[in-house]
Design a protein around this ligand. Sequence first.
Ligand code: CP3
Length: 346
Amino acid sequence: MGGSELRFLAPFRGEVLDVPPIWLMRQAGRYLPEYRATRAEAGDFLKLCYTPKLAAEVTLQPIRRYGFDAAILFSDILVVPDALGQAVRFVEGEGPRLDPIRSADGVSRLTLAGAVSKFDVVAETVQRLRQDLPHETALIGFCGAPWTVATYMVQGQGSSDQAEARLWAYRDPEGFEGLIDLLVAASIDYLDRQVKAGADCLQIFDTWAGSLPDDEFDRWVVKPTKTIREALRELHPDVPVIGFPRGAGATAVWYVSETGVNGIGCDTATPPFVMSEAFDEEDVVVQGNLDPLLLVAGGEKLDERVDEILDLMEGKRFIFNLGHGIVPQTPPENVGRLVERVRSKG
Ligand code: CP3
């Protein structure tokens, strides 16, 4: 599995590198013409996720272009509800659509046993990648955090306030917990299969972690993530897990100490002093946090900010990334400029 000598994993072993490892969230995607071509070949977005040959191809595309230190498995966080039996559709230009689940009755129609065959298709993509990736490139597996995945399952689509999931959680916490518990079990099984197939590292995407206040944040974000992290530590003690609790703000430090994640993904709004100091007492690698829109803007503004982040994180266990995913209007040459800038330092 190449494992221990991978440059990407050095910060998790406690090493500080002169040039930090770099990968970018959504590094495979619509900003790349070759992605758009493969996507057109697949037709449907989920078909792309469930066709190992094509999913592996789009995973490799940004590695060929930029030589990132890590590839991220091409899939989607909504593969999990789809596999559990809540059919997911991606509507062109609009995003995901699901028939909403808002009661324990709806949860009872989902099954983990039924999900296994779709999880295994994704694991097959991982196996292919293990064969096809350059030896120096790490492979990151992932899932959505139970809270974030639940917000889509309950709302039936993306939303700016995640209102339906928050309301269900307030009105009927026991019922909502049934959904979260199912997602915890599914996520453990799904990530376990990804590691067995060859993933070197895992990331848990909690895009909507910032929509919950204190006790709710603890119950629906921290506790489920901790359960997943502990289960994986039992199964695969050496595989690091990065948490990305977007919008967690000041509670990100507590999230780290409670969940036991090995890496913390900082979002775009995380202030420099938090990135460079707030996690000092924790045994954790910091990852982040360039504004994805600076990658659209490009030019000297981009260079300046990259330099600021590198200076700020010098001497720290750090992985360079964005604060959220690459957006489709990003000029590919700006990504090249960024990678070159990071690598020319040190
Ligand atoms: O390169 C990578 O980062 C790996 C692949 C990946 C995708 N989605 C591909 C994708 C990963 C890790 C995700 C995670 C994901 N998916 C998240 C969490 C991270 C985040 O961005 O906040 C969320 C919330 C989703 C759910 C999702 N998937 C939405 C809301 C949408 C529609 C919005 C959009 O950008 O179109 C998707 C679709 C999706 N997932 C695309 C890609 C490349 C675009 C689909 C297309 O090709 O038409």
